[in-house]
Design a protein. Structure first.
Length: 161
C-alpha cells in the first residue's frame, strides 16, 4: 500500500509499505479522509529529523477486525481517536482521561513500536479502543472531530479569571 512520509523541512515521499495482519485487538481501516493540523505542519517544518509517517485526524471504513474486537463491525464508518487513556490512574478515575500519562495504545505509539503508517496512507491498523463509529456526516466532515475535541477539551481545561 502507499503511505506518505515527511522529513523537515517540507520534504515528502510516497512509499510502498506492507502492513502485518491485525492482532486480536486491532482494526484495519481503509482511510477515506485525513486532516492536516498544526502538529503536522510543525513536524514538516522542523521536527521530522528523519523520514516518518504522519497524519492523525483519520477517518475510514473498517476492513478487518481482530478476534477480540466487539465495538465495531466490518464496513462501519469510524473516526480514529489518536490518543488513549489507561482508565486506572487518578486522572482517569476522576474523569480527566485527557490528562492520563499512560496513553497507550495510541496511533503515535504504534508508529514507534510497530512501524505502522499513519493517516496519510491507504490503510492503517489501530487498536479497537481508538475507533469510534459515526454516521450522518461526510468522511471529510468527520475528519474534523479530532481538532474539535481538542478545542472542546481546551474549553474544559482553561479556567477564566
Amino acid at each position: 500500500m502507499k503511505a506518505a512520509y515527511v522529513k523537515a523541512p517540507f520534504q515528502f515521499q510516497i512509499r510502498e509499505v506492507e502492513l502485518p495482519e491485525p492482532g486480536p485487538n486491532d482494526v484495519l481501516l481503509s482511510i477515506k479522509a485525513s486532516g492536516i493540523c498544526g502538529t503536522d505542519l510543525h513536524i514538516a517544518r522542523t521536527e521530522a529529523r528523519d523520514w516518518q509517517p504522519f497524519g492523525h485526524e483519520i477517518v475510514g471504513l473498517v476492513e478487518k477486525i481482530g478476534s477480540n474486537v466487539g465495538n465495531v463491525s466490518l464496513g462501519d464508518k469510524v473516526v480514529v481517536e489518536s490518543g488513549s487513556f489507561c482508565g486506572k490512574c487518578a486522572d482517569c478515575r476522576n474523569g480527566r482521561v485527557d490528562l492520563c500519562h499512560d496513553r497507550t495504545p495510541n496511533v503515535f505509539s504504534r508508529v514507534e513500536s510497530d512501524g505502522f503508517a499513519m493517516g496519510f496512507a491507504e490503510k492503517i491498523i489501530v487498536d479497537s479502543q481508538n475507533v469510534v463509529p459515526f454516521e450522518g456526516v461526510s468522511f471529510q466532515e468527520a475528519s474534523l472531530v479530532e481538532p474539535m475535541g481538542v478545542a472542546l477539551d481546551l474549553s474544559y481545561t482553561v479556567k477564566p479569571n
